[in-house]
Design a protein. Structure first.
Lengths: 111, 115
């Protein structure tokens, strides 16, 4: 089976850098995705790592290390609007197109 | 262009009643997914469609749950004889194809409350 673990909550201040970790146990997967969900809103896609290494998209970066079964989302120059829940997800081999999501990390950005 | 839409946005029903939830995916997206999200929890996979067929129904919690997709477009999730534990937000998502499923486009969800 597959399972992904994330911290339940993270708090940081405006302008800071925060890293949200995702560790996983899966027999094989295509890549690691990250989604953002504001309270009461729909999840929106942030980034995807098919290969090991760092992917950068503006203030957000995502990292994957298959050998360590580990990934993270890095948010820089935090803004109040970044307060949201962040989910990592994998599409596992032999599982069709479905994504398996972690339980989510609630990020609170303080002034 | 138009995103994924879902209706109704909110549904309150009495225990034991049947409900139908509708999803209109992005035009041209062949893959469609249903998830369920309980308060403060992650997304729980329910069912996946590729075109009109459902190769993966493994997440449906019981035989009270069923879904169909017609014309490779609109999908309906039906819950029969609703129970209080069915209360959750039901999210629909679509992607251009199965192989691009790492990037799914989600609708706003239907908040179902069973009283």
């Amino acid at each position: 089976g597959q399972s992904l673990e994330q911290p339940s909550e993270v708090t940081a201040v405006e302008g800071a850098i925060v890293q949200i970790n995702c560790t996983y146990q899966t027999s094989g997967f295509y890549g690691l995705s990250w989604y953002q969900q504001h309270d009461g809103g729909a999840p929106t896609f942030l980034s995807y790592n098919a290969l090991d290494g760092l992917e950068e998209t503006g203030r957000f970066s995502s990292f994957l290390s298959r050998s360590d079964s580990y990934g993270y989302l890095l948010l820089q120059e935090l803004q109040m609007k970044d307060s949201a829940s962040y989910f990592c997800a994998v599409r596992a081999h032999n599982q069709g197109g479905k994504l398996i999501f972690g339980q989510g990390t609630e990020l609170s950005v303080k002034p | 262009g138009a995103g994924v839409s879902q209706s109704p946005s909110n549904k309150v029903t009495e225990k034991g009643k049947d409900v139908e939830l509708r999803c209109d995916p992005i035009s041209g997206h062949t893959a469609l997914y249903w998830y369920r999200q309980s308060l403060g929890q992650g997304l729980e996979f329910l069912i996946y469609f590729q075109g009109n067929s459902a190769p993966d129904k493994s997440g449906l919690p019981s035989d009270r749950f069923s879904a169909e997709r017609t014309g490779g477009s609109v999908s309906t999730l039906t819950i029969q004889r609703t129970q209080q534990e069915d209360s959750a937000v039901y999210l629909c998502a679509s992607s251009p194809a199965r192989d691009s499923s790492y990037e799914q486009y989600f609708g706003p969800g239907t908040r179902l409350t069973v009283t």
